[in-house]
Design a binder for this molecule. Structure first.
Ligand SMILES: Nc1ncnc2c1ncn2[C@@H]1O[C@H](COP(=O)(O)OP(=O)(O)OP(=O)(O)O)[C@@H](O)[C@H]1O
Length: 235
């Protein structure tokens, strides 16, 4: 079954077309990275799938089967609730609350359950945010540059953490990113958005953990950078 299905899906703002009759099927459990130059419409596509931006003009259809969680670049934690309460918000059963403790352990923050979000580092906030988005074990995770504001080392740790959680929960993932290496390390499939269309669609059939010096990844990296308009001669 497909978790996400777009059929001639278009979306624009103020008569300007951003997404132009896109056809796309994403099978359940696939991890898709979405690349594209700045302004190509990656966020527009993700927000459309999340049911946001109701003022946008849409055509065609975009269907998601199952429950959805969204993860943004900024952690969006509620500053007046401690970490644990940010996670338990909206949960009712005692069992669900117990799973919060487990999830905090998984993201390595069990000692931070009672602290305020503003006392956490950027990476810690994003770990809480990741924990929150996966706590309800969604069928689909829509992530918009969730690691874009983190330093390189923290980002690498987050990659490992995300892969571990995804392996356990097995959601379908769409990860919007500017980072070609991130897409190569994480995704089963890499899409490039250009001029309103999916201009490239690559399967990456390699097990994790991956190394960027794998010949397949090195070749794909050069190709992707070129499609994104990056001069690769010295890279
Ligand atoms: N709410 C809106 N109203 C009007 N125009 C919008 C709106 N949201 C996005 N756009 C326009 O849609 C285009 C695509 O924006 P979008 O944020 O989807 O691109 P992106 O590929 O995610 O870019 P970036 O990589 O820089 O985040 C841009 O030209 C942007 O100005």
């Amino acid at each position: 079954m497909h978790a996400i299905q777009l059929h001639r899906f278009s979306r624009g703002f103020d008569k300007k077309t951003i997404l132009d009759a896109i056809d796309l099927s994403i099978p359940a459990g696939q991890f898709v990275a979405l690349l594209g130059e700045s302004g190509s419409g990656k966020t527009t596509l993700l927000r459309a799938l999340a049911g946001l931006d109701q003022d946008a003009i849409s055509n065609g259809s975009a269907i998601i089967n199952g429950t959805v969680s969204v993860l943004f670049q900024d952690s969006r934690l509620l500053p007046w609730l401690n970490v644990e309460d940010n996670l338990t918000l909206g949960l009712h059963s005692v069992q669900a609350k117990a799973s919060v403790k487990q999830m905090l352990q998984k993201v390595g923050l069990d000692d931070k359950a009672k602290v305020w979000p503003n006392t956490l580092s950027g990476g810690q906030k994003q770990r809480v945010s990741l924990a929150r988005s996966l706590l309800r074990e969604p069928d689909v995770l829509l992530a918009d540059e969730p690691f874009g504001a983190l330093d390189a080392l923290t980002r690498m740790r987050m990659h490992g953490l995300l892969l571990r959680l995804v392996e356990r929960i097995k959601p379908t993932v769409i990860l919007v990113t500017h980072d070609v290496d991130e897409s190569l390390l994480l995704a089963d499939r890499i899409l490039v958005l250009k001029e309103g269309k999916i201009s490239e669609d690559h399967a990456v059939a390699l097990a994790h953990p991956r190394r960027l010096d794998h010949p397949l990844l090195m070749a794909l990296r050069t190709r992707l950078l070129q499609s994104l308009g990056v001069e690769t001669e010295f890279l």
